[in-house]
Design a protein around this ligand. Structure first.
Ligand code: PRT
Ligand code: ZN
Length: 294
């Protein structure tokens, strides 16, 4: 039935993701957790995920903002740093919580540095001339930019520049090159972007994908907790537990005790556990949550 086939193709959402690099495994894992299965590319540039009617384009990360801005892809997953550098008109739909890093200016450890004014007159090597130029402009810094495409961290050591502006994650690359981070230009993480020209039908499909992504990300940020509580402590325990609406309380087979179940955020997890213990909760079990739909 040629007509059906064509309408399927026209509806098909095109998602651009990094072919191979720091974003690719986490991107494929996230899509898989959302029930969108795609196999890792070998030499292929495209793959289909039939049950979500999705076509995946495997690209270099630098090309993703342009492909999405031009509407060649409807959406993409890429580092925010790349979007800001390319300065293309795309809509950020979701922050994805992986590939977290910062773009920072670093100088040799031996250089005395007090404030951004000390950058005046320096020669800085970077692969991010757009972002760095805008940072200098908004901070009233008069410094020159030397654009290089790789191994930025060695530039001061070989006399190519006074300092660098590069992606920092743990900071160990800077330390091993005798450099010190002096200013953060921007923070970044992987984001889902959409083409400004996306059709209403594809936008609806992308919204469905966003809904799944939010459920997966929320689940990652929370834990399910079960504990035994003496009945006289239940009120105090409940005060400590935010839950989704309210904690579940069920009687235990042992008289005077209850089982309390709730959901707690990962970032306050240990503080909450300590407080619960101090008001009499015991036998706590903490389990991961796969999806969380609110
Ligand atoms: O081939 P392609 O062009 O697709 O990929 P790429 O080589 O340009 O990018 P890739 O795969 O290295 O990184 C993709 C994205 O991951 C970046 O655009 C950032 O959004 C994000 N990211 C997160 C990082 C890092 N962490 C990171 N640590 N990108 C690069 N680094 C490098 C950095 O350039 C430096 O050399 O790691 C070094 C610093 O790491 P630390 O841990 O020593 O501080
Ligand atoms: Zn790249």
């Amino acid at each position: 039935m040629p007509f059906l086939f064509l309408s399927d193709m026209n509806d098909r959402l095109r998602l651009a993701i990094q072919k191979s690099g720091r974003l690719s495994d986490d991107t494929i894992d996230l899509l898989t957790a959302c029930g969108i299965n795609i196999s890792k590319p070998d030499r292929k540039l495209r793959a289909l995920s039939e049950h979500f009617n999705l076509e995946v384009l495997f690209l270099r990360d630098d090309d993703i903002p342009g492909y999405v801005a031009d509407g060649v892809a409807d959406a993409g997953i890429v580092g925010e740093n790349v979007i800001l550098e390319k300065n293309k008109p795309v809509d950020i739909m979701e922050r994805l919580g992986f590939a977290k890093c910062r773009l920072s200016i670093a100088l040799p450890q031996t250089v005395d540095y007090r404030s951004v004014k000390d950058l005046n007159g320096l020669h800085i090597a970077t692969s991010y001339p757009g972002l760095l130029g805008r940072y200098f402009e908004s901070n009233g810094v008069k410094a020159s930019i030397h654009e290089i495409s790789g191994s930025v961290e060695i530039a001061p050591g070989i006399g190519l520049a006074d300092g660098i502006c590069d992606i920092v994650s743990s900071g160990s690359t800077l330390i091993s090159n005798g450099l010190r981070e002096v200013e953060v230009v921007t923070k970044s993480e992987a984001v889902l972007i959409a083409a400004p020209t996306i059709t209403a039908e594809k936008r609806a499909r992308l919204d469905r994908m966003c809904f799944r992504i939010q459920s997966v990300l929320k689940a990652k940020q929370h834990r399910y907790i079960l504990m035994n509580v003496p009945n006289e402590s239940i009120d105090e325990v409940i005060k400590l537990l935010p839950g989704m609406k309210a904690p579940t309380v069920m009687p235990l087979a042992t008289q005077g005790w209850s089982s309390v179940h709730s959901v707690i955020p990962e970032n306050t997890f240990w503080d909450v556990i300590e407080s619960l213990k101090s008001v009499g909760a015991e036998g706590m079990l903490v389990v991961p949550i796969e999806k969380m739909v609110l």
